[in-house]
Design a protein around this ligand. Structure first.
Ligand code: V55
Ligand code: FE
Length: 495
């Protein structure tokens, strides 16, 4: 029987689990806030079979959709199931891996080369009563939020022309519209990017395409009240390299980054490209907004190179982990001004997985949260996830009251050695004076294995530790992204 490669992508916290479980009535300590009633959906990559090639990575893992259900009666349940993608079904039927290297179609078995190869493993997107498991290399899969059954590939009732959809949509809480894009919209290594808007009922109302400066890994984007922002960092794809069996992504330290800015309801012909620094990279953005002078501010978890070691290796970039430097970085541009480059300011600490309340999307956000590394930690961080190191500190940033020289950090919850945070979701409070709650899965090394709990933190008092915690009595692989869906929305979707 084939076994998993003994690399960082498949050992320790990253050890494949692949078990579908349904656990009712988790052991709960503390007091659940009344607002924490609903479903915390999580996307978890977990390979169904050992890979065809030993240099496979975490990002290729088959998507599992997981739910921590906070029920009306105060009980908490945990469920996880594979997304039955066309790829999962084709491999399940054969009892082995048939798709090859990460995002290289030319390394797939000949008989599956026309089969959809996305693994739907990045974000559980909730919009207009539908749950979509998204990954940026393909169309999403729709999943039943109650049974976690896969309902099939989703193309907005046949309306979507793009071959891909990002895992990072942006929803305007005021209008209920979902703003979306997809890169490689015209196929593998293509430069075409789709930009589309889905109205609050889930109807795709407009799709346009534009050409990017080069084919780049466009992992996330941003909106403001009036604009859509498309950042381009020089992690690039080349068709000939793929045909030769090579890597999808190579990071180019000497190539410019760009920020494309267009009116969000406008035409792609109105796109303006602002130049950024060479060689930088970011996966996730806290937010973007316009100030009173019409200047756009765009806050990114930016680093001086690609944060993923396997992409640096493929690029011949030999940097020690401690030389990879990052910070929450603001690019400011005047969409009506003459400048053709971004203005850069450091506004926060290194880290990733930024979170703001859904209502602040595209609006000024006086505060936000992110994960980081505790500088005073005694011992190395837990190994795991695609970067190889898990975050061990949750931070609150206050852009109004926090000191800029302290990265606006006003509150922190560092974890003891051997523990890590997965990306939190924000649950709003009924009390407008309260910042709401963060719900997050926490990992803990225990002997030669790991234990996991879901924690509820007070968003305004992280340092106090969890107000409620529930043990999840099974092994969990690291989550990528999550989504909070209030019970009322789940009930409305069911009706
Ligand atoms: C990321 C995750 C992906 C992916 C590309 O976190 C980028 C970044 C889980 O899949 O395919
Ligand atoms: Fe992401």
């Amino acid at each position: 029987m084939a076994i998993f490669p003994q690399t960082s992508h498949f050992v320790g916290l990253n050890q494949p689990i692949g078990q579908e479980v349904s656990l009712k009535g988790l052991k709960l300590e503390g007091t659940l806030p009344v607002e924490v009633q609903g479903a915390f959906f999580r996307a978890v990559p977990d390979p169904h079979f050992p890979p065809k090639f030993d240099d496979d990575n975490v990002l290729s893992g088959d998507g599992m959709v997981s739910r921590v259900a906070f029920n009306a009666d105060g009980t908490v349940d945990y469920d996880i199931a594979y997304v039955r993608t066309a790829r999962w079904l084709a491999e399940d039927a054969a009892g082995r891996a048939r798709f090859g290297r990460y995002r290289n179609i030319f390394t797939d078995d000949a008989d599956v080369q026309s089969t959809d190869r996305t693994v739907a493993n990045t974000t559980p997107v909730w919009h207009a009563g539908r749950l979509l498991m998204a990954k940026e290399d393909g169309k999403p899969y729709r999943v039943d939020p109650n049974t976690l059954e896969t309902l099939g590939s989703y193309d907005f009732d046949g309306a979507l022309k793009s071959e891909t959809m990002t895992a990072h949509v942006r929803i305007d809480a005021q209008t209920g519209e979902m703003f979306v894009y997809g890169y490689e919209a015209d196929g593998v290594a293509g430069k075409q990017v789709s930009y589309f808007i889905v109205d609050k009922t889930g109807k795709l109302i407009r799709e346009q395409w534009f050409e990017a400066p080069y084919c780049a890994m466009m992992h996330d984007f941003a909106i403001t009240q009036n604009y859509a922002l498309f950042p381009i960092y020089p992690t690039t794809c080349d068709l000939e390299r793929l045909k030769a069996g090579g890597d999808h992504w190579v990071h180019e330290m000497e190539t410019d980054s760009w920020l494309g800015v267009m009116p969000r309801y406008g035409d792609v012909s109105e796109m303006r490209w602002f130049k950024g620094p060479k060689g930088v990279s970011a996966y996730h953005f806290m937010n973007a907004f316009e100030d009173e002078n019409g200047i756009i501010h765009f806050d990114q978890c930016l680093s001086n190179t690609n944060a993923f070691p396997f992409i640096r290796e493929a690029s011949g970039i030999h940097m020690a982990p401690w030389d990879v430097k990052g910070a929450l970085t603001r690019w400011s541009v005047d969409p009506k001004g003459d400048a053709t480059a971004v203005t850069e300011t450091i506004v926060g600490p290194p880290g990733d997985f930024p979170v703001i309340p859904a209502t602040m999307q595209g609006q000024p956000n006086p505060y936000g949260w992110m994960l980081s590394m505790d500088p005073d930690m005694k011992g190395p961080p837990l190994a795991g996830g695609p970067v190889g190191a898990m975050f061990n500190c949750a931070l609150r940033l206050d852009f109004v009251n926090g000191a800029p020289q302290a990265g606006h950090v006003v509150d922190a919850l560092p974890l003891p050695p051997g523990m890590s945070f997965n990306e939190p979701v924000h649950v709003p409070s009924n009390d407008p004076a309260h910042l709401g709650w963060l719900v997050t899965v926490v990992d803990r090394a225990a002997g030669d294995s790991f234990e996991h709990e879901v924690w509820v933190l007070d968003g305004g008092a992280l340092h106090k530790g969890p107000v409620a915690r529930a043990v999840i009595p099974t092994r969990l692989r690291p989550q990528v992204h999550g989504w909070w869906v209030p019970q009322a929305q789940l009930d409305a979707a069911k009706a």
